[in-house]
Design a protein around this ligand. Structure first.
Ligand code: ADP
Ligand code: ZN
Length: 738
């Protein structure tokens, strides 16, 4: 019998895969894409088998200890995809694999288990219960049993004391099971039928379906204003893919924030006995692992019908192990959350294009405000543009009004026109949505005597005052402390909140409109599981009059009764020190404005600004993406920024300031003079200190990719020249350069 070996990528920062011997019994079992346990020095480690070979000529090979999976977690196409992605982003393959796999599979601990508690009714007797709440909960359980405990938690705000009481009366019983859990269980889904498409929608669906029928890679840009029916185009294009026996992958930004979109997919496809799987960071490790396995098994254990037909997920779902992929959709393709900002710094939308190309399936990028890079590629013919220029039906885009804050009467951050507009909505029983992209009560507590404020001990940033919880918090490292009685600098007693965050805005509004029902949507109010869903449901049920929030409120919500959108501080994103500030601002404004007037009623938008002449704002007023893009592109071209040039950011960081600075200097000196590459820096990052680490960056810029690729080929060597205490992160196509 021939000796066999496995090439294994350890899920660790190693520059290349290692080879291990395969004992006979394991050789029978193992396939590429399975995890194995192998010795590494005196320890054990987990790796993914890349290939099984007969070439075992290397000396002193150690054997594989154990095969950890019974099915490959990654098929060969997916392995090749991740290999290319890791090469493109200059990130070790093992770590790229670790990012691609659901959390928890990279360690030797056993796979995460799911506990699910079901609640049953013990008796159907009508009993005289004293509390109305007890009655309600019991009724609910009776009608829906067995009921997930998690569902009860979503339906009733804090059901535990009630449940305890019911259990003590022997009216209910619990049953703990270990099963796969659908994180979206409890969402009400009613069947939904395909719409009759508009002419534009129909030609978009036709073009996409032609590509899916041919099994060809065609990249599309579905450029449609908010409310133009993009989602319906996705749904019907996917319908055709499923009919042909294939699967669909749908990427969305921060899925936990857009339960409505998931609900629409389920409403359409579950009515046809199709299974919609969801993958996102709000799920527990166990839930994600379970979903991953369901996708891998694809109905293998249980026969037909158990496979997942559609996977909807945030950026990491681009690695979902679908084996019959027929189409990839990237919704809101311009969204920055597609870029992972740590570790394996990939861009999910770009990888979707890469995967589509490798698997020969069409990729549909959808947006009302495409990334300028996508817009430009469509102009050049590299993306095929499918325009949806109008809103569905007679709905018009909302009227946008700028308020000049330099001359307006302002109280508590609210200008008079905005206050009046909110008041009108309250009188008419319509909803208002206010965007203020800063959470907390105020960004500073400022000393009236010396101007001092609290600063984070770990980062170069002031601490934000959160009044409700009476804490000062760092929004970068989550450090928190209670405020002292006096100024941390001069000891004076006059610390006052300065500036406005969402918490303060909500409080101001409550004071001004005492009868109004005000809710807040930001990271503080939505961090608990199900909280975001609950807020959305309350908005839909019109139990909220004014919703205040950060950019979260801009994302994809479809609230029919919102007729007013107010943008409190349009200048905040515009003045950001970043070449993409204008692009980000325009898209944020257009997206949040797009939340107004989605129902029968006409919508209006009020934008407060100190710079009403800014051309970005005038384009937003006119809903004019094209003019905005045509103004912005020449500026990018002049400075050779994307889409005209390519960037790589090198981030050098460490605990010791001097050695970070030295390393950065040396590296920049070494790179300087490379033909075709401009080396900018080293410079201190705008946030020089973050989580106690000092940070410097070197920006590499080039008109074409090849010189950058060539330069990056030497990157492994750069790291070797650094002391162990200084680390180097390579960010290809960076988005955030803070
Ligand atoms: P977008 O995703 O572009 O913001 P949606 O797909 O959410 O737009 O569509 C906006 C609204 O119009 C939704 O309520 C949707 O159900 C409805 N809609 C979409 N297409 C059609 C159609 N062809 N006929 C009637 N209504 C439609
Ligand atoms: Zn901090």
């Amino acid at each position: 019998m021939t000796v066999r070996c496995a090439e294994v990528a350890l899920l660790a920062p190693l520059p290349r895969p290692l080879t291990y011997l395969l004992p006979d019994d394991l050789a029978m079992q193992v396939q590429p894409g399975m995890r194995v346990k192998v010795p590494l020095g005196r320890r054990s480690a987990v790796g993914v088998v890349l290939a099984v070979t007969d070439d075992c000529s290397l000396p002193r090979l150690k054997p594989v200890d154990e095969v950890l999976d019974e099915l490959p977690l990654l098929n060969e196409k997916l392995l090749e995809f991740i290999r290319r992605a890791s090469a493109y982003y200059v990130h070790p393959l093992g770590l790229a694999l670790k990012t691609a796999l659901p959390a928890g599979l990279g360690s030797l601990q056993s796979a995460p288990k799911i506990k699910q508690t079901k609640v049953y009714c013990r008796t159907a007797q009508q009993l005289e219960l004293r509390g109305a709440m007890q009655r309600q909960v019991l009724d609910y359980i009776e009608q829906h049993q067995p009921v997930d405990l998690a569902v009860l938690r979503e339906q009733f705000s804090s059901p535990y004391s009630v449940l305890q009481r019911l259990e003590s009366l022997d009216l209910i019983r619990y049953d703990v099971q270990e099963t796969a859990r659908d994180p979206f269980v409890g969402l009400n889904v009613s069947a939904d039928l395909p719409q009759v498409l508009t002419t534009e929608q129909a030609s978009a669906v036709d073009a996409i379906s032609a590509a899916t029928a041919e099994q060809a890679f065609v990249p599309f840009l579905l450029h449609g204003v908010t409310g133009s029916g993009k989602t319906e185009v996705y749904l019907q294009s996917i319908q055709a893919v499923l009919a042909a026996g294939n699967q669909a992958l749908v990427l969305v930004p921060e899925i936990a924030l857009t339960p409505q979109l998931v609900a629409r997919f389920r409403a359409r496809f579950e009515a046809q006995q199709r299974r919609v799987g969801v993958l996102h960071s709000g799920m527990s490790a166990a839930e994600r692992y379970d979903m991953w396995r369901a996708i891998v098994r694809d109905g293998r254990d249980t026969g037909e019908g158990d496979g997942v037909d559609i996977v909807i997920g945030a950026r990491s779902a681009v690695f979902a192990p679908l084996s019959r992929l027929g189409i990839i959709v990237v919704d809101e393709e311009h969204d920055d959350s597609y870029k992972q900002s740590e570790g394996f710094r990939y861009q999910g939308r770009d990888l979707a294009l890469m995967r589509g190309q490798m698997e020969k399936v069409p990729v549909v990028l959808g947006s009302a405000t495409p990334a300028l890079t996508s817009y430009r590629r469509a102009q050049q013919g590299a993306l095929r543009c499918l325009p949806l220029p109008q809103r569905i039906g007679d709905r018009t885009l909302p009227q946008v009004e700028l308020v000049d804050m330099r001359t307006a009467t302002v109280e508590g951050g609210l200008s008079e026109p905005l206050i009046e507009a909110i008041d009108e909505r309250l009188q008419r029983g319509e909803q208002s949505l206010l965007l203020l992209n800063r959470r907390g009560f105020s960004p500073y507590l400022l000393c009236g005597d010396c101007g001092g404020s609290y600063r984070c001990p770990n980062c170069d940033i002031t601490l934000t005052w959160h009044r409700q919880v009476a804490q000062l918090r760092c929004h970068y490292c989550d450090y928190m402390q209670p405020p002292k009685d006096c100024c941390p600098q001069c000891g004076g007693a006059a610390m006052e909140p300065e500036g406005m965050g969402t918490e303060r805005l909500a409080a101001e509004l409550q004071q001004r409109f005492p009868g109004a029902r005000i809710a807040r949507m930001d990271r503080d109010t939505t961090s608990a599981k199900g909280a975001q869903q609950a807020l959305v449901s309350k908005m839909e049920a019109r139990q909220v009059d004014i919703l205040v929030g950060t950019q979260m409120v801009a994302k994809g919500h479809d609230f029919a009764a919102v007729t007013l959108v107010g943008i409190l501080d349009a200048d905040a994103t515009l003045n950001f020190p970043d070449f993409r500030a204008a692009e980000r601002s325009f898209s944020l404004l257009a997206q949040v404005a797009g939340r107004a007037g989605r129902g029968e009623l006409q919508g209006a938008v009020i934008v407060q600004t100190y710079a009403p002449d800014n051309p970005v704002l005038s384009c937003a007023v006119d809903h004019d993406y094209h003019t905005f893009a045509e103004q912005e592109l020449p500026m990018r071209q002049m400075l050779l920024y994307p889409p005209y040039g390519y960037l790589v950011n090198l981030l050098i960081s460490g605990l010791d300031r001097k050695s970070v600075e030295n390393c950065a200097e040396q590296l920049a000196g070494m790179l300087d003079g490379t033909a075709g590459v401009e080396v900018l820096g080293p410079a201190a990052c705008p946030l020089f200190r973050l989580r106690n680490r000092y940070r410097m960056q070197i920006l590499l810029k080039s008109e074409t990719r090849p010189p950058l690729r060539q330069l990056l080929a030497g990157a492994a060597q750069w790291r070797k020249n650094f002391p162990a205490t200084v680390s180097l992160a390579i960010d290809v196509d960076p988005v955030d350069m803070m």
